[in-house]
Design a protein around this ligand. Structure first.
Ligand SMILES: O=c1ccn([C@@H]2O[C@H](COP(=O)(O)O)[C@@H](O)[C@H]2O)c(=O)[nH]1
Length: 275
């Protein structure tokens, strides 16, 4: 689904849907009843420009607006049926609870993929893999500076003493990826770590947040993470997320038009990079 959307829309851009009531445009500002209206307008304005959407569940749950997230998921499905939806939930818990989180992501919200923390091990991931055709993105080297606190530490008991994020990449490319359902989250703010992850995990999709508001560079990100064959066909996909830089490109009534222009600019920067 991801490869089809990438080819069809000539896009490696994922628009992140992180609706902050305090940053909604014009007359909606401060009113959490309009999270859906805002995000739906962004989707309508960008549906032909993206390879994925990534709603961030925290922005809806914090306002008690899960019903609006359900409506948004349904709206994306109708407006852009070919575009995968990655629910950014960063779940991670024991198997019995993970089963409930998997139901929430895939049955309640109908997401195509969900972000997960791998810290609790494979049995905390396995319940999600029981859903055929659904994907998981494991946090690997996150975009925040504090990601180094744990992810850069070396594992003394693993041969070669890899850093934790390197070990996660190796597991996701190999033994944990039983049915090709696994991808990794790597921050655009750390391009050399993207390259390292890509070397260890040559074919898994990389979800790369950090372009836009966090300052990651689009072209550098794609060069570090995207891989293709001699004909230019993607063999190692990247899904590069930008949320705030697109959502809040304008705070006025023209927000959707300006968001589209910013999405077009980012999409072009991400597409032209490897050439
Ligand atoms: O390492 C990570 C993992 C997830 N995120 C999420 O991506 C977006 C980034 O938003 P911007 O406005 O483009 O900075 C947001 O939903 C984060 O929760 C991340 O930033 N880094």
């Amino acid at each position: 689904m991801l490869l089809r959307a990438e080819a069809r829309h000539r896009s490696r851009l994922c628009v992140g849907l992180d609706p902050d009531p305090g940053r909604l445009p014009g007359r909606w500002r401060g009113d959490a009843a309009h999270l859906y209206d805002f995000c739906a307008a962004i989707v309508d304005a960008t549906a032909d420009l993206v390879c994925a959407y990534k709603p961030q569940i925290a922005y809806f749950a914090a306002c008690g607006a899960e019903d609006q997230l359900e409506r948004l998921m349904a709206h994306i499905r109708v407006t852009a049926p070919e575009v995968p939806i990655i629910l950014d939930a960063k779940r991670g818990d024991i198997g019995s609870t993970a089963e409930q989180y998997a139901r929430e992501a895939f049955e309640r919200y109908g997401a195509d993929a969900v972000t997960l923390s791998p810290l609790m091990g494979f049995d905390s991931i396995e319940p999600y893999l029981r859903y055929p055709g659904k994907g998981v993105f494991l946090l690997c080297r996150t975009s925040n500076p504090g990601g180094d606190d744990l992810q850069a530490q070396r594992l003394a008991d693993v041969p070669g003493q890899p850093r934790l994020y390197e070990h996660i990449a190796t597991l996701a490319q190999g033994p944990w990826n039983r049915n090709g359902q696994m991808g990794l989250v790597v921050g655009a703010t750390y391009p050399s770590e993207i390259e390292r992850v890509r070397a260890l995990a040559p074919t898994v999709p990389l979800l790369i947040p950090g372009v836009g508001a966090q300052g990651g560079d689009a072209a550098t990100t794609v060069r570090a993470g995207w891989r293709g064959d001699a004909e230019g066909r993607t063999t190692g996909p990247v899904v590069v997320n930008s949320s705030r830089a697109i959502l809040y490109a304008s705070g006025g009534e023209d927000f959707a038009t300006v968001a589209r222009a910013e999405a077009e600019r980012t999409r072009a920067a991400l597409w032209l990079a490897p050439a």
